[in-house]
Design a protein. Sequence first.
Length: 51
Amino acid sequence: MYKYCLECEWQCSTGEGRSEADVSKEAIEHFVETGHTVDSFRLPPPVIRMN
Ligand SMILES: [Zn+2]
């Protein structure tokens, strides 16, 4: 689970002690605090290749 904000640099993913429930909670808190739209991937984000 990986969630990210469409409107700022916020992001959160599972791992490092965070479960999917924790990530969902963090995303909801970000939405409540900022009103930003949070989108999510089920899989880890793709590696961005720098040319
Ligand atoms: Zn945001």
